[in-house]
Design a protein around this ligand. Structure first.
Ligand code: HEC
Length: 118
């Protein structure tokens, strides 16, 4: 009985999974996001938390991909080196995560962010 539905379930999963997630791990990205990012960008990814000089960004799709021209390399740079799409330093207190997170972990977080919709 279950097997009758299996192809449909697999197909549905393939349709909702972003192409990027095939090499990156959304579940790991979710855990890393909850641990390191949600304090400032909120669990929803909506951001909007005010600090003295900056407001935390909305990290949900598709706005974030648009800002970074759909280039994961630019987003990895933003996370690891705190550089915006033009290479300028993002405002404090956005940390540079190099040394804490690996490039693979940044890609996992990006894969998770792509599942969040604004
Ligand atoms: C201490 C608070 C804080 C933490 C923790 C934090 N951020 Fe940020 N983040 C910010 C702020 C504030 C900004 C806005 C900086 C600016 O406007 O220049 C920002 C900006 C960003 C941007 C740039 C978005 C854009 O539209 O250009 C990205 C990407 C980002 N954060 C990802 C992350 C990720 C991923 C994590 C976890 C690994 C994280 N941040 C953790 C505060 C934080």
């Amino acid at each position: 009985m279950f097997l009758r539905f299996l192809p449909g379930i697999v197909l549905a999963a393939a349709m909702v999974t972003p192409a990027f997630a095939q090499t990156s791990d959304v579940k790991v990205g979710h855990e890393l996001y909850a641990e390191h990012c949600s304090g400032c960008h909120l669990a929803s990814g909506a951001g909007g938390v005010h600090f003295s000089h900056a407001v935390s960004s909305d990290l949900r799709a598709p706005g974030l991909e648009d800002t970074y021209h759909n280039k994961s390399a630019l987003l990895v740079r933003a996370i690891l080196y705190a550089r915006d799409e033009d290479g300028d330093r993002l405002d404090s207190p956005m940390p540079a995560w190099k040394g804490v997170l690996s490039e693979k972990q940044a890609l996992d977080i990006i894969a998770y962010l792509q599942t969040l919709r604004g």
